[in-house]
Design a protein around this ligand. Sequence first.
Ligand SMILES: Cc1ncc(COP(=O)(O)O)c(C=O)c1O
Length: 244
Amino acid sequence: MTAHIEAASPHTMNTYARLPMAVDHGRGCRVVDVNGKSYLDGLGGIAVNTLGHNHPKLVPALQDQIGKIIHSSNYYHVPNAEVLAKKLTELSGLTNVFFCCTGLEANEAALKLARKFGHDKGIANPQIVVYEKAFHGRSIATLSATGNPKIQKGFEPLVEGFIRVPMNDIEALKKATEGNPNVVAVFFETIQGEGGINPMRIDYLQQLRQLCDERDWLMMIDEVQCGMGRTGKWFAHQWAGIKP
Ligand SMILES: Cc1ncc(COP(=O)(O)O)c(C=O)c1O
C-alpha cells in the first residue's frame, strides 16, 4: 500500500511527510480513498473544508460561476467580490476587504501595511511584535514572523523587524517594547493553531487593545485558522469585544 502510493506520485516535490493514503472523493464528513475505503474526515483539509465535501449548495454555485467566467483579472470591477466584501464588512465591523489566495498572502499584506503605516509616521525601521509558537505561513517574511525554529531552519537570513514575546503576559510585552519608538504593530493569532491549541485570554486581548490605542500601534490578527465561524462567532476575537 505504502509503495503503491509513493510510486503514484514521483513527480511532486518531496516537501511534506505524507501519510500513505490517497483520497479519491468525499461527501459530507466522510472521505473515500483510491482503494474504496471510507474514513470519517476529522481533519477537513486542515480545517479548510468547513462545509464538508460535495456540499449540495456549494458545488452547483461553483459550477455555475465557472460556467459564466473563470477569471477576469483585477483590471475590471468584480461585482460578486463586492457582494462578498460587503457581507464580510458587516460580519467583522471593519471597513474594507483585501482578497488574496492564501493565508500567507493575507499576512504579507498585513506586514506591508504595518511597515507603510510606520513609514508614513516617519519611522524608518518599523518593528512588529509577534509571538512565541505563532504560525503565520511559509513565505520568507511570514516564516520570519512564525515562532517555530523548525520552520525557519535552512531559510536564513530571516526578515528583520520582529520582536517576539510570550502569549498572555502583558508585562512581558511592555518590557520588550519599553522606550522603543519603532514599534508599529502587534500581530497574533487569537487562538494559535499550528503551535498547539493556545488561546489568548479574553482579558489579555482587552489589555492588548488598550495598549495599541495608547501607543498608536496597529492590532493585526491572523484568524486563518480560528476565524470564519470556527469558534461559534464569525471571528474569535469577537469573544473579547475588540476589533483589530
Ligand atoms: C494561523 C495561520 N496563519 C497562516 C497560515 C498560512 O495559510 P496558507 O497555508 O493558506 O498560506 C496558516 C496555515 O495553516 C495558519 O494556520
